[in-house]
Design a protein around this ligand. Structure first.
Ligand SMILES: [Zn+2]
Ligand SMILES: [Zn+2]
Length: 336
């Protein structure tokens, strides 16, 4: 199979010809149809996440079809369309797993980080961590739901039920969260890179009540803010925009250092929290909700071999919505 392989940070991914993996006990072999490109992939290839398996096939927003079943697989059939998210495995026994917090499991394995992912024509996945994909979506449209959607949804739940919601960084996750929040009759206040008129238009087009630069102050105090951009200086800025009791949720896996700020910004029971990974329950809830909203994803598709280009465009903020790698059927069906 063809795969884009990460070997060392600072080096582009390398197109490689690899053997198709074999599904182990309880695993599915998935013919990958689409894999979205997440900011976390950038943190991996840029060396900001320091514990990847090497060499690594990145990608954790995978949509594909079941090509083969390992021993003991009863949940899916050959040909079923499934999604594979970031959480690829958890121990099921530790105190976190038993408390419904498998996202915090110390032994958890992550797709496209500590397990090979979806920048390839095939991948294997533990059936228990795969989700059926709603029929409403094409493969490419569904792919961003698997991380931008799930992590966005988890962030939205953490933000509480307040009506006025700020969103910093209007990329893949934000464009999904904004639709869910609108559906829940909330108001969206979109913060973009200062001067990024395109991003403002994009946010207003998705129904934002207000859009401005991250250095601007909206006309009203917000109940909560979610930060998807990996910039620590946004935390004190976001604290300034939320009212008493407001919460600032950090939705990303990595952020630059947070500058010091006066306690008065946190005073009056404002709080800051992070979102780490996802649970299968997040996935089930979100994928059940998405077709009802209905969440529509805006995608820019690239061929598998264009993965480096897709990453570069994401790094420079040139992707509107989500970048998705699609693997064409023609030159891959023959490889099994
Ligand atoms: Zn992701
Ligand atoms: Zn565990």
């Amino acid at each position: 199979m063809r795969a884009m392989v990460f070997e060392r940070s600072g080096q582009p991914l390398r197109m490689a010809d690899l053997p198709v993996p074999r599904p182990g006990k309880g695993q599915l072999l998935i013919r990958v149809r689409a894999c979205a490109v997440c900011r976390t992939d950038l943190h991996v290839v840029d060396g900001e996440l320091t514990q990847p398996k090497l060499p690594l096939i990145p990608g954790h927003e995978i949509v594909g079809t079941v090509a083969e079943k390992g021993d003991g697989v009863a949940r899916f059939e050959i040909g079923d369309r499934v999604g594979i998210p970031w959480l690829g495995w958890s121990c099921g026994e530790c105190s976190y797993c038993r408390a419904g917090q498998e996202n915090l499991c110390g032994q958890a394995k992550f797709t496209g980080y500590t397990l090979d992912g979806g920048y390839a024509e095939y991948t294997v996945a533990d059936q228990r961590f795969c989700f059926p994909i709603p029929d409403l979506y094409s493969d490419a449209e569904a792919a961003p739901l698997l991380c931008a959607g799930l992590i966005g949804y988890r962030s939205l739940v953490k933000a509480g039920a307040g009506k006025r919601l700020g969103i910093y960084g209007f990329g893949a996750a934000a464009h999904i969260v904004a639709q869910v929040a609108k559906y829940q009759k909330r108001e969206i206040y979109a913060f973009t890179r200062p001067g990024d008129e395109e991003a403002k238009k994009f946010a207003l087009g998705l129904g934002a009540t207000w859009a401005g630069g991250s250095n601007e102050t909206p006309p009203v105090k917000l109940d909560a803010a979610i930060i998807f951009a990996p910039a620590g200086e946004l935390i004190p800025q976001a604290l300034r925009t939320v009212g008493k009791g407001g919460i600032v949720v950090c939705g990303g896996i990595h952020m630059s250092d947070i500058p010091s700020f006066p306690y008065s910004l946190l005073w009056e029971e404002r709080s800051i929290c992070s979102v780490a990974n996802l649970t299968r329950r997040d996935g089930e809830e979100f994928l059940a909700l998405a077709p009802h909203v209905p969440v529509r994803t805006e995608v820019q598709t690239f061929r598998l071999e264009q993965a480096n280009e897709a990453l570069a465009r994401l790094r420079s903020g040139k992707i509107q919505g989500a970048a998705v790698l699609v693997t064409t059927a023609a030159n891959s069906e023959a490889s099994l």
